[in-house]
Each structure stands twice: as structure tokens, then as C-alpha cells.
Design a protein around this ligand. Structure first.
Ligand code: HEC
Length: 442
């Protein structure tokens, strides 16, 4: 009799689970369709979670990953600010998934699955820029490749929306795009000329940024991760592109997901010939970190210097950006004016653990823009605020970056962990960045 007791308990508990009414068909499938399927679909970047059998087989990991907030991937701390298109599950939804995972049941087969059209595409596509030809990512753990795409417009045009349609969604983990204006083109084509094939194909390997050297002052167009609604810029605003420019598409591939396969992705854009307010992605960092470059020596804050072996090393900087707006935005916004800030991006490389951007007002009160509490290089995004924030002369922008440069947190290169070394500003796996970007207008 006694040996039956545990079984009876499990049966009872299962009954209670059912009594609560959490079934796959009624409760779980709609949540997975809304919050997970954009990536977890057959042929997508992650294994499919589209049937009862698939959810059942992964139920323990689903419960763990939604409770730890690892899934869906969303790096911003929602207590810092609130963002558009936040895919996070509510506490109640997490509880439903966890309860179902403990006592899984399929439920009423008559309930039809919910189909959600993912909000990844733009409302209107005026221009599609495909890669010139299909690309087979290198078989390393990850491959970062930049593609130069021709810009066909013959008059000055404003990009008002940006998205990427991955050619092979299993391979495209995330992507960024930049504008190479006519005056900057040579620093991009130089990357091609240095390749062994002399740059016959308009693409080159690029890890941290699209050019070496210009990194903080490149013209960003947008960032894209699968499943996160992307790209419509705030109403009435847009990013200017001059005729004769090129678009640089930087893709982070995960070749292990589909070995040997190729990708031909397309940048999709919504365009306008005029906008009420011209926008720019304002870069923010300590100029000495950038200009100090890769010196590898600690010289009292005049370069970025992250000592080898330290598990938690923090750098900070703050400055009123308004006197430098002309320089930082290619004269799109004149110096000395108030600005409206719509979004924030944090940018570090592989050793980063936490990055925060905020505004410090003259009375020392603080407005938090973005806090990436668990930095993950593979999941960076441009996070648009629910309510734009004004920055006026006298306010300071503040940036704080924390790194783990201990032996346990080194990147894999050629199948082995690197040994810790001093990290300074640069764009390779053995460098680091501490950069913030904000989409701003006058
Ligand atoms: C933006 C894309 C995306 C979304 C949305 C997403 N995932 Fe994932 N998920 C991934 C990727 C990619 C992986 C593979 C590991 C990695 O890159 O972190 C993964 C891994 C997982 C794993 C890990 C499996 C293991 O081996 O441990 C689970 C479980 C999971 N996801 C569940 C979910 C659930 C549940 C949701 C929705 C609540 C969700 N994911 C939403 C992209 C996503």
C-alpha cells in the first residue's frame, strides 16, 4: 500500500493540474504562438515549438527558461524604462507555462491552434535590397559578414522604416545595417581590397563593426533580431540617405544550424521623399576611449583599459552631448539644441556583462534609458521607448559598462578558450567597446 502513495500523489496532482484547466490547446499554444513561434518554428533560428509533441518534449526546458526570463530573449530591464514591442511574458503567463509543464495535458482537440502573423515586416515596403548573391557562412561557431548593397535612389531620400527578411532563417541570428555615404565609401571598399580575392565579391568579414577605425562614427541605419517587431521609425521622422551611398548589411550567422547551406537575405525599407524631422543614431562614448584606441596600457583613463583576469570591471563616463551634436550627427542636428531621444542601443563585444545608459539632470536626478543587465552580444537590439525623452543643454548622458575578463569568460578561438589579456577599444574578438546609440531628432 505504502509504495503506491507517491504514485497516488502524482495522479492527484495531475488531476489538480487538469482541474486548473491549463491545457496545451487552450492555454499553452496561444502563448507559444504569440511569444515563441517567431523564432521557434520549423525552418526558423530555433527548434520548433508548434505542436503538442514538440512542446511536451521540451516542457522542462520551457518552464526553466521562461521562469529565468532567458526566453523570449529580451535584454532590457523593464524597471528602467518601458519599451515598444516588448515580447516579455507576464508573471501570470509564466505561471501558466510552468504549471502546464509540471502537469502537461493536451486538452480539447476541437480547439484550433491560434495563428499569429509576426510583426516583423513593415507596413509598407518601398525598396527591397537583396544581397548580390547567396553566401555560405564559414563553418566556425559564428560568422560575421558585411555585404555592400547598391543604393538605387537618385535623389536624397529618407528611410522611415527598416527590416530584414532572412533568406535562410536558420542561419541569420541577427543583423545590423549602416549607410556608407559617398564621402565614406572608400573606407568600406578598402576592406574589400584587402581580401585575398581582391574584393571581387562585395562582402568582407566584419566582427564588431563595419569598418576598422571609424567605429564610433559610422552611420547606423538599424538593428534586427528575429521575432522582434522592427523598424518603423517614429512618425514623421526618418534617416537621410544621399544618392551614391551604399547600404552595409552586417549579418551574424549561426552556420551550425544548417551546415553547408547558403543565405540570401534582403533589406526592406520604407521610404519618404521628405520628413518633418530628420533623425540620426547619435553615438555616445568617452572620446578618449575611442581615440586612445588599442594602446593596451593603462594611462589614467585616456583609453579603454580592461585588466586581464578581472571578473567584474566597470568603466563609466558622462557628458553633456549637446555642444557636440553637429559632430556626432554629421550636422543633422546643430550643436546647442535640445533633442528628443526615442530609443537606445547598447554596444559591447564578447566580455561585456552589463551596460546602462541614462540621463543625469542638473539637479542630479536620473532618467534611466536602458539597462542591459545580462549583456548578450547575440541579442542586441534598438529599443524604442514608449514615451520619448527630452535631453536639454545642461543634462548629461551617462554610460556605464561592466566586463568579465576572467579566464572563465573568454571567447573560443580555433576551438580553444583564449587566455585573458588586457582589452582595449577595437572591433575584434580580443577587443571591447563601450558605446551607446540613441535615435534622436531636434
Ligand atoms: C527572438 C527569437 C526567440 C524567441 C522569441 C524565443 N526563443 Fe527560445 N531560443 C531561441 C534561440 C536562438 C535558442 C537557441 C539558444 C540561444 O541562442 O540562446 C533558443 C533556445 C530556447 C530553449 C533552450 C532549449 C535548451 O536546449 O535548453 C528553450 C526551452 C526555449 N528557447 C524556449 C522558448 C520559449 C518558451 C519562448 C517563448 C516564451 C521562446 N523560447 C522564445 C530564440 C528565441
Amino acid at each position: 500500500m505504502r509504495s503506491l502513495a507517491p504514485l497516488t500523489l502524482v495522479a492527484l496532482a495531475a488531476l489538480t493540474g487538469c482541474a486548473k484547466g491549463y491545457t496545451y490547446n487552450a492555454d499553452v499554444q496561444p502563448l507559444l504562438a504569440a511569444h515563441c513561434e517567431s523564432c521557434h518554428e520549423s525552418g526558423g533560428i530555433a527548434f520548433p515549438l508548434q505542436t503538442y509533441a514538440q512542446a511536451f518534449a521540451n516542457r522542462a526546458a520551457i518552464a526553466t527558461d521562461v521562469q529565468s526570463l532567458r526566453m523570449p530573449p529580451w535584454l532590457p530591464d523593464d524597471t528602467c524604462n518601458s519599451y515598444k514591442a516588448d515580447p516579455s511574458l507576464s508573471a501570470q503567463e509564466i505561471a501558466v507555462l510552468a504549471a502546464w509543464a509540471a502537469y502537461p495535458s493536451e486538452g480539447d482537440p476541437k480547439i484550433l491552434p491560434v495563428k499569429i502573423t509576426q510583426p516583423t515586416s513593415l507596413g509598407r515596403v518601398d525598396l527591397s535590397l537583396p544581397m548580390a548573391q547567396a553566401y555560405a557562412p564559414r563553418a566556425e561557431p559564428d560568422d560575421y559578414e558585411c555585404f555592400l548593397l547598391d543604393w538605387p535612389e537618385t535623389a536624397t531620400t529618407y528611410v522611415t522604416g527598416f527590416s530584414i527578411v532572412p533568406g535562410n532563417p536558420r542561419l541569420v541570428h541577427n543583423a545590423s545595417a549602416y549607410i556608407a555615404s559617398p564621402g565614406q565609401l572608400s573606407s568600406y571598399t578598402r576592406q574589400l581590397e584587402q581580401l585575398p580575392d581582391g574584393g571581387t565579391l562585395p562582402r568582407y568579414p566584419c566582427f564588431g563593426g563595419p569598418t576598422s577605425g571609424l567605429d564610433a562614427l559610422v552611420n547606423w541605419l538599424g538593428l534586427w533580431v528575429p521575432g522582434i517587431a522592427s523598424g518603423e521609425l517614429p512618425q514623421g521622422t526618418g534617416i537621410q540617405v544621399q544618392p551614391g551611398s551604399k547600404v552595409v548589411l552586417q549579418i551574424n550567422y549561426t552556420p551550425g544550424n544548417d551546415p553547408g547551406a547558403t543565405d540570401l537575405s534582403t533589406v526592406q525599407l520604407e521610404l519618404s521623399s521628405t520628413v518633418a524631422k530628420q533623425g540620426a543614431l547619435l553615438p555616445f562614448a568617452n572620446p578618449s576611449w575611442v581615440l586612445g584606441g588599442n594602446t593596451g596600457v593603462s594611462d589614467a583613463g585616456s583609453s579603454l583599459f580592461i585588466p586581464a583576469g578581472q571578473a567584474s570591471y566597470n568603466v563609466q563616463f558622462q557628458l553633456d552631448p549637446t555642444p557636440y551634436l553637429g559632430l556626432l550627427t554629421n550636422n543633422i542636428i546643430p550643436a546647442g539644441t535640445p533633442i528628443t531621444v526615442y530609443s537606445a542601443v547598447g554596444r559591447m563585444l564578447l566580455h561585456g556583462t552589463q551596460e546602462q545608459l541614462s540621463v543625469i539632470h542638473p539637479d542630479q536626478s536620473e532618467t534611466c534609458l536602458l539597462n542591459l543587465k545580462q549583456w548578450d552580444f547575440g541579442w542586441q537590439g534598438n529599443y524604442f521607448f514608449r514615451a520619448p525623452i527630452q535631453v536639454v543643454p545642461g543634462d548629461q548622458l551617462a554610460i556605464s559598462c561592466t566586463y568579465d575578463n576572467s579566464a572563465a569568460n573568454q571567447p573560443m578561438v580555433d576551438g580553444g578558450l583564449l587566455t585573458p589579456a588586457v582589452l582595449s577599444w577595437g572591433e575584434s574578438v580580443t577587443d571591447e567597446l563601450c558605446l551607446g546609440l540613441c535615435y534622436v531628432t531636434l
